[in-house]
Design a protein around this ligand. Structure first.
Ligand SMILES: [Mg+2]
Length: 341
């Protein structure tokens, strides 16, 4: 039996704080170990890159700097000095989606509806669009009704917005060993909130690009046109696919501002005027995340979302360690369960 002893000295405040921090770390470890399907490295990288792009892109909106100032700073590659860079709905929904994958290794649509809804109710001030403000509180009450409810948006057509595309790159990386599975799971993930075929097609295209980027780790990157052709091959017919076809034909040296004019950079917040430009930019900078994000930001438009898409796809291949260290310290952290960068 251990002999009871009195401590010689009372722990200092600093020691007590250290002990509390060790206990918090043990708690985080337990949380990470509890999920049946731990986050694979490429999916974590895509999630980190998506959040970085989202937070970086958000800085170029008018509420932070005037459009002329934003354009000049992007052209001169002047990093925003303010801190922190908060991430927005793009990252919030990506986290909700990846969390479902860690429990099920697949998209179970009713559970995903509930995950999106719970994430929204926990923090609805992340810049969600009009459709999600209408839909997600309803799904919180009745997640099993997701199919009918998602179709009621936009006069019964379902949303053709870019919201299913903006959150899906980590899913593509998750299923990178099987492109057909990545495509199928991306479509399931989109339907829960974006029932219109164009909303689904945008998600399919982004997930496919991320899957191909992740699968190619350790080997030479395909050319931009090659990547876009592979994505085209699995994207359903429609306006998103047509935009990707035009993107694939665009010379890689095209200035990004010109590419944004030709392809659209999300000003209409549709998948079809967002995904082609974001993927063109990713495809042209598959080995350099910082270059990819500067290029995408130059297109302005729905710039948190274009940068979230580009960032998720490129980081699925590169990770985020190549960007300037200040970008990572300024970006709002992700929840502990995502794990270390
Ligand atoms: Mg956003």
């Amino acid at each position: 039996m251990a002999r009871m002893t009195r401590p010689l000295t009372t722990p200092s405040v600093a020691q007590q704080e250290q002990e509390r921090e060790r206990e918090r770390e043990r708690e985080r470890e337990r949380e990470r170990e509890q999920v049946p399907f731990p986050l694979p490295g490429a999916a974590r990288d895509a999630l980190e890159g998506l959040a970085l792009g989202d937070a970086f892109g958000e800085r170029w909106f008018r509420r932070f700097r005037a459009p002329e100032e934003a354009a000049a700073q992007i052209a001169a590659r002047i990093t925003p000095q303010e801190s922190p860079w908060h991430w927005t709905d793009d990252t919030a929904m990506a986290l909700a989606l990846v969390r479902v994958l860690t429990f099920q290794d697949a998209v179970h649509q009713e559970d995903l509806a509930l995950s999106f809804a719970a994430t929204f109710l926990a923090d609805s001030a992340r810049g969600y669009g009009y459709g999600m403000h209408r839909l997600l509180p309803v799904l919180a009450e009745r997640p099993e009704g997701w199919r009918e409810q998602s179709r009621t948006l936009f006069e019964g057509q379902g949303s053709l917005g870019n919201g299913a595309a903006m959150r899906v790159a980590p899913l593509g990386a998750w299923f990178c060993e099987d492109l057909d599975e990545a495509v199928a799971q991306a479509a399931f993930s989109a339907e829960v909130t974006h029932a219109h075929p164009e909303g689904v097609a945008g998600a399919v295209a982004v997930a496919a690009a991320a899957a191909i980027a992740a699968a190619g780790r350790g080997s030479d990157a395909p050319s931009g046109a090659e990547l876009l052709e592979q994505v085209l091959a699995v994207t359903p017919e429609g306006a998103v696919r047509e935009g990707l076809r035009r993107a694939a034909a665009l010379p890689p040296e095209t200035p990004p501002t010109r590419a944004a004019d030709l392809l659209g950079s999300g000003r209409r917040i549709r998948a079809s005027d967002t995904v082609p430009f974001a993927l063109w930019s990713a495809a042209g900078h598959l080995d350099d995340l910082a270059d990819a994000l500067w290029s995408t930001a130059a297109g302005l438009g729905d710039v948190d979302t274009t940068c979230a898409i580009t960032g998720g796809v490129v980081a699925a291949r590169t990770g985020v360690s190549g960007v300037p260290a200040t970008w990572l310290t300024r970006r709002e952290p992700l929840p502990d369960w995502v794990g270390a960068r």
